[in-house]
Design a protein around this ligand. Sequence first.
Ligand code: NAG
Ligand code: NAG
Length: 378
Amino acid sequence: MASSCANQNLAMLISLTVILLISPAYSQSCSSQSFANKMLYTQCADLPTLSSTLHWYYDSANSTLAIAFIAPPAKPAGWTSWAINPTGTGMAGAQTLLAYKTSSGAMAVKTFNISSYSSIVPGKLAFDVWDTAAESSGGVFRLFAKVKVKTGQVNHVWQVGPSVVDGFPAKHAFDAPNLQAKGTLTLTGTNAGVAGAGADPKLKDRNIHGILNAVSWGFLFPLGIIIARYIRTFPSADPAWFYLHISCQISAYAIGVAGWATGLKLGRGEYTTHRNIGITLFTFATVQMLALFLRPGKDHKYRLYWNIYHHSVGYAILVLGIVNIFKGLDILNPTNHWKTAYIIAICVLGGIAVVLEILTWIVVLNRRSSKSTKPYDG
Ligand SMILES: *[C@@H]1O[C@H](CO)[C@@H](O)[C@H](O)[C@H]1NC(C)=O
Ligand SMILES: *[C@@H]1O[C@H](CO)[C@@H](O)[C@H](O)[C@H]1NC(C)=O
């Protein structure tokens, strides 16, 4: 029984991991895209977010970079943009090319000097731009341009938005894929390409951290507590409940420690509350594991104190674990269905606990009235 619980845990972990690693990999491939003048570009990459691709050709002899940026706008009458940021990595400082549909229905390209989130100025960019053009078909906008780039590597940023009013782009969404739409583009040398194309490696680490911890602190630990609290009410489940409980908690601890360790590498110096709760959780859980070896026998005079201590640390882990999963979800800011999925999972567990609590009381009260024996040993 114990090993089947561990096997189920493992299967669940693996399937969750597979789902999370596969879902962002939108099936597309820049090399299979076809459009006029595709031959002009020698390289292409699937960008990590927003279903967008970049095709480019860099002529280092005259520092000319020709690009074709292909992406679906957020809405049909929206906009797409691609930018080089010579001074930073995000939107602030981005020298931006924007493709949109004018009121006549023709596609147009405009340039914007975005020095900060509040200063988006149409006009000249920090480098020469020429041969701009845009076209739209099959739900995607294609933005073409040539720009003067004197360095072998640039920070680039891309984005899609919902509408254009008087030639001015409306605000884009602030979801994770929008915020992560940035990277480095290497133009010369053997590593020419887009850093993180396909998947942002740091995002992948964060997702792995998120899954491990959600499975461990957010699900298995509460499940193990439910097993201990309710299954043992039934005398026939003794000692099976005990082995189920410890095997769940030991797998939860193993997964949790792995998740915790991945967290230590991420965002050093950031997210202090999430981090401190994580460290507290790890400490409590480690103490809890050690407590297993210091457990006095059932009839020992200290067993009552051990029980009180074991239960209070256990419930503290339960509460802190769930709180920290939500803190982590806020930081990771994944697409909403991940948060919803976790809320559903924890509500199902909570619902099961409520039903079992009621059943337990019914069993306990019946037993009390028939035999008046104590159901709990502490
Ligand atoms: C750069 O060189 C290529 C050919 O090597 C040429 O086609 C292109 O027009 C040149 N660009 C500029 C800005 O001179
Ligand atoms: C872009 O805007 C910033 C701030 O207004 C200004 O300092 C910079 O010179 C502008 N760049 C260009 C190319 O006009």
